[in-house]
Design a protein around this ligand. Sequence first.
Ligand code: SF4
Length: 133
Amino acid sequence: MIILRAHHLLCLLGFRGFGYSAKFVENLEEVYKKVRQASPLIKIIAGEDDICKACPFVEEDCCSRLDPIKLDMAVLSKLKIKSPLVIKSRVVYKKIAQNLNGEDLDSICKGCQWLDKGWCKEGLEELKSEVAV
Ligand code: SF4
């Protein structure tokens, strides 16, 4: 089962092949394909996940920069779900499309180096149009 922290559900929407290292990107691409191109069961948590495990900063406790638990809790609150939660990825992405807007990322993701790229907001809009169909 894929283990994903709540805010990484959003990061996957903005994935454009970039990341903190080659190993990190390779792992993220694998998780992306599994989660976004199929609908597996995923376990949503607030903590280190299958994406963090390949992160070059994980040893250095990088997360002191972004406080990812706070990001996770903000996403869980917006989706009105509690962690840990096992759920089909298609179901949780429908919830994301129905409960989050681009502006929410401005507050949830404040301080993230990728926010200003706009990719995550683009990905969220694409998801909304997919779900709306
Ligand atoms: S802005 Fe950063 S934290 Fe927010 S979804 Fe994108 S990559 Fe993740």
